[in-house]
Design a protein around this ligand. Structure first.
Ligand SMILES: [Cu+2]
Length: 690
């Protein structure tokens, strides 16, 4: 008996069990056959087909058939909400309200977001894959493509039905959002002239622009995917009524952006650039940005010249409103409490405080008082995105800052996030420093830390397909067309951490590894207190340490901060088709999560002559850290910055522990045996290619 038969029987059993809960559902044979058929391979194939050439009507006959004949309100027993969400969206459609196709889409546009979320709500209410796929196929042909793609991605991420599916890399689904216009134009020519081609993508700008030296960071397609996926995993619009609570969302918002900020400053350090200065509402925005990128529909992304004053943006906010919002947040930090809508106060000088602060700064639907504390982060993104056309005089489309996949290209992104990072720092600085007793893990000592292998970075060459950027025509065949980009990469290495456990028995330990600068950009040695805020998290993992002295080996590939390179859309299609045709199983679980720093970018680039950094390792009590959590504590290995899908964050300590609080006296850290740092050297090989 083949695996697929086993699978079918398994699913059939599940169906019979489910039938008890949904009596009307078993009467419909189409549902039954669908449930039997929807193995991971089938689901993956459906998603691939739904996302193929999203700006055109689907070419797949089964999806065409569904788009024509499926009625979302035909049998409402397939939904958990008896079709309530579908009714809302169908009414909008019948009233001809939704945004047209072939128009730009931005999540920060309230009405467009509302529409995308209407579709998300429908998909999220589906009990079975039949419902999910059919609704997706139906609304694909009815709704704006940007709204559709967004709803489908967050639908797959957050619905149980999406388990096991790997979402194709967005740079191959909506290549315009990741690729400059010059290369997109070449792809069009390739198609028209029927000449296959691979086109080099250069980073935006020229050598006259100092910021271009670090464009490889903000314009890295994997980093863009990390950022957009994090915001899909933890959407600001999320409400728990969608199905579950996003654990420590506000704190993760702080941590993931703090890490982006710290990583960007690390790259600047090795490129002879000053650290990013924070954004000031009352000063000029120093760096302009010319995206040299176009929407598929909607023209070019607007340019912002250097040294412009912040302008009020019609219909969004006055600069003064932003300052008021900022003042209110600083006031909350100084008071140590925030005021909820009903006037009661919520203490934030407590471990959960940073989470609430993140909620009000972003702001997310978790904010206890968005009316009063506003929406500093989201509104600032739009304010910055519109500075090229603040009064809408030129009818320009949204700026790169108004999309999570393009925002990190603009240097103002890092200014904005440095500004917010400083607000968070003011809050964490209000806590008393950790004492020796807080930090000590009695009976556990780190005797040595070393690296097996060399810490070497280089640039690799990577290609992705532009097929989905260009239109199809009946008489013109697609030709192979790729974009070739340079990406930061590093050689694989292993940490060797020697630990002595004198507790007398095996004990679970949490290993927290950070890389920290030793000197600032002027060559001045940093105090530990300055250094700790600039550290980048390299890994965090839980491991049993046997009694006695042992050396723990941990590969850089296993970092819980990073994700591996994603399979291409072509490979996902091939694998799903093979599995469906061959009747065998598909296991792509290693690629299911695309939230996380790309593994390639784990290490900062450094310099050809090498740079020294502190490798900081803290080993803490794993039993305490994971108390109340079960499982293997590994959770697919991307938990550090992206949490665990649908579950509580596996580590009870504050994010960034033990470096998130101020350290006025370094001797406290030096006197704790379970914390150690060593100097390591990272060398950049400019000539090396993979
Ligand atoms: Cu962000």
């Amino acid at each position: 008996m083949g695996t697929s038969t086993n699978m079918r029987i398994l699913v059939l059993c599940a169906l019979v069990a489910a039938a008890a809960a949904w009596p009307s559902f078993v009467d419909d044979l189409s549902f039954q056959s669908d449930v039997v058929a929807s193995s991971t391979a089938h689901k993956q194939q459906d998603i691939n087909h739904l996302l193929d050439k999203i700006y055109e009507d689907t070419k797949y006959p089964d999806l065409q058939e569904i788009a024509k004949n499926f009625n979302p309100l035909g049998d409402t027993s397939m939904y958990n909400d008896q079709g309530a969400a579908a009714e809302v969206l169908m009414k909008e459609l019948n009233d001809h309200r939704p945004l047209e196709q072939h128009h730009w889409y931005s999540l920060f546009n309230a009405r467009q977001r509302e529409e995308a979320l209407m579709l998300f709500a429908v998909l999220n209410q589906c009990k079975v894959w039949y419902c999910f796929r059919n609704n997706a196929a139906y609304f694909r042909e009815q709704m704006n493509e940007g709204e559709f793609v967004y709803a489908l991605y967050v639908g797959v991420i957050h619905s149980k039905l999406g388990d096991g599916i790997v979402l194709p890399p967005l740079y191959e689904i909506t290549p315009h959002m990741f690729t400059n216009s010059e290369v997109i134009d070449k792809a069009y020519s390739a198609k028209m002239t029927q000449k296959a081609g691979t086109f080099n993508v250069s980073f935006t700008g020229t050598k006259k622009n100092k910021e271009q030296r670090v464009a490889y960071f903000g314009e890295d397609i994997g980093m863009n995917i990390h950022h957009v996926t994090w915001h899909m995993d933890f959407p600001f619009w999320w409400q728990d009524s969608y199905g579950y609570h996003l654990d420590r969302k506000g704190e993760l918002f702080f941590w993931v952006h703090h890490q982006l900020t710290a990583r960007f400053d690390f790259e600047r350090l090795s490129n002879w650039l000053d650290p990013v200065d924070e954004l000031h509402w009352d000063r000029i925005i120093r760096e302009g940005f010319a995206p040299l990128t176009s929407y598929k529909y909607g023209g070019e992304f607007p340019v912002r010249p250097d040294n412009i004053h912040f302008e009020d943006v019609d219909g969004v906010a006055h600069v003064h409103d932003m300052e008021i919002t900022e003042n209110r947040i600083y006031e909350a930090i100084d008071h140590g409490y925030i005021t909820a809508t009903d006037g009661h106060t919520i203490d934030i000088r407590q471990p959960k405080g940073i989470e609430l602060l993140g909620d009000i700064i972003e702001s997310s639907m978790y904010s206890p008082n968005a009316q009063y504390y506003g929406s500093l982060h989201n509104t600032a993104h739009v304010m910055l995105g519109r500075q090229g056309d603040p009064h809408g005089k030129f009818n320009l489309p949204p700026g790169v800052m108004e999309h999570f996949e393009t925002a990190t290209r603009d240097p103002s992104f890092f200014r904005l996030h440095k500004y917010m990072d400083n607000i968070f720092k003011k809050h964490t600085d209000s806590f008393s420093p950790y004492t020796h007793d807080d930090l000590e893990f009695a009976g556990m000592a780190v005797d040595g830390v070393a690296i097996d292998g060399e810490l070497i970075t280089f640039f690799d060459e990577f290609q992705y397909s532009l097929i989905n950027a260009v239109d199809s025509g009946e008489s013109i065949e697609d030709v192979e067309m790729n974009a070739r980009v340079h990406r930061l990469n590093h050689k694989e290495f292993t940490y060797k951490i020697t630990v002595s456990n004198s507790i007398g028995s095996d004990h679970l330990a949490t290993f927290r590894i950070f890389l920290c600068p030793i000197e600032d950009n002027n060559g001045i040695t940093l105090t530990l207190d300055k250094e700790r805020w600039l550290c980048i998290e390299l890994d965090k993992f839980f491991q049993k340490v046997p009694s006695g002295t042992h050396t723990i080996h941990r590969s850089s590939k296993d970092s819980s901060v990073t994700v591996p390179d994603m399979p291409s859309f072509h490979s996902l299609k091939e694998q799903a088709d093979d599995a469906v045709n061959g009747g065998h199983d598909l296991d792509l679980s290693a690629y299911e999560r695309s939230c996380g720093i790309p593994d390639r970018m784990l290490l900062p680039k450094s310099k050809p002559e090498g740079m020294e950094f502190n490798l900081f390792v803290a080993v803490t009590d794993g039993d305490k850290d994971t108390e109340g959590h079960n499982g293997d504590h590994d959770h697919g290995g991307t938990h550090a910055q992206c949490g665990v899908h649908g579950e509580a964050y596996p580590d009870n300590r504050p994010l960034g522990y033990p470096l998130e609080r101020r350290i006025p006296d370094e001797r406290v850290f030096d006197g704790v045996p379970n914390i150690k740092h060593v100097v390591v050297k990272i060398v950049h090989h400019p000539e090396h290619h993979d």
